[in-house]
Ligand binder design. Structure first.
Ligand SMILES: [Zn+2]
Length: 304
């Protein structure tokens, strides 16, 4: 048997045998990290094989395995992580420069989740963000899809249709980020921030942490300024706030302009996700502030 075919069969056998092992081991078997882009498609097919017959059990924004908050500080001071998404695609490709300038002016660090489509639509802004030390840039996917292995839908957006497609969504975004920043991202947030449990295993196998939120700051960039400000006014130690900087006509900038100086004067410390010890859902003793959907590329959203 030719050596190449033999090695491929051995790999396939190993991958599928490992898929019968407990979940953490199965996730490891599907690792496509580090492969050259030209052979990735083959790896995605292997991942499809790996998850053949698997039915997801859970679907949501805060499943176990989604990092929704971080460990409380030891000194009693309030630390908060602002995360701002740029979702891309059509109207989603806009840039809220006011919000970016505000963060820089106030010297507030933040974690920005960039979708590959947004980067491609705004290469100059993306390049400038990549060399701004205040910000860390992370993976918001290739096509901004909810992450599922069976095409499950949320807010009218169809999720990735297979395990391989989920891997492509995550890894494709990661590769685009690496192209932009020179380093592999550490965190991933799916379009809509929805995941199924199998897709979360795929995120982990790619060496990334799936990030959710504990505070919905602007509901996909749809809330008025007063609401954004009032939500942010209630942040607590360990909160991850989800906001957007791709909707310049929203109330996000004005709300942040009103509330951020106030939070600074109260002694709130803003951190990037890489600086803190992230904790995964379920959130113990930490009830999310709002119950309305936090992340949606296709308004209108249900009202809070
Ligand atoms: Zn998004």
């Amino acid at each position: 048997m030719p050596r190449r075919i033999l090695s491929k069969l051995l790999l396939l056998t190993a991958v599928c045998a490992a898929s019968l092992a407990p979940r953490p081991a199965a996730a490891q078997s599907c690792d496509v990290q580090g492969y050259l882009p030209q052979v990735l498609e083959e790896k995605y097919r292997l991942i499809d094989l790996c998850f053949t017959g698997r039915e997801p059990k859970d679907w949501g924004e805060s499943l176990p395995g989604v990092y929704t908050h971080f460990a409380p500080s030891a000194d009693g001071r309030v630390r908060v992580a602002l995360t701002l998404d740029a979702c891309g695609g059509g109207a989603g490709n806009a840039v809220d420069m006011n919000t970016l300038h505000l963060l820089i002016e106030l010297n507030i660090p933040a974690t920005l989740f960039l979708n590959a489509r947004w980067i491609n639509a705004n290469p100059d802004v993306a390049a400038a963000l990549a060399v701004t030390p205040l910000f860390e840039l992370e993976d918001h996917g290739l096509a901004h899809k909810p992450l599922s292995i069976n095409g499950r839908e949320i807010y009218g957006l169809k999720g990735t249709a297979s395990a391989g497609a989920a891997a492509r969504e995550v890894e494709g975004g990661a590769l685009r980020l690496k192209e932009l920043t020179g380093k592999r991202p550490r965190f991933f947030r799916a379009g809509t921030a929805y995941y199924d449990d199998a897709a979360l295993e795929i995120v982990a196998s790619l060496g990334l942490k799936a990030v959710g939120f504990s505070v919905i700051g602007d509901a996909g960039g749809t809330l008025p300024a007063a609401k954004v400000a009032s939500i942010l006014r209630d942040v607590r130690d360990g909160d991850i706030v989800i906001l957007h900087f791709n909707r310049p006509k929203s109330g996000t900038y004005e709300g942040l302009r009103r509330v951020l100086p106030e939070l600074l004067s109260r002694g709130v410390i803003f951190v990037r996700l890489s600086e803190v010890q992230l904790e995964t859902a379920p959130v113990r003793g930490h009830v999310p502030h709002q119950n309305f959907p936090g992340h949606n590329a296709s308004p209108p959203l249900p009202q809070p």
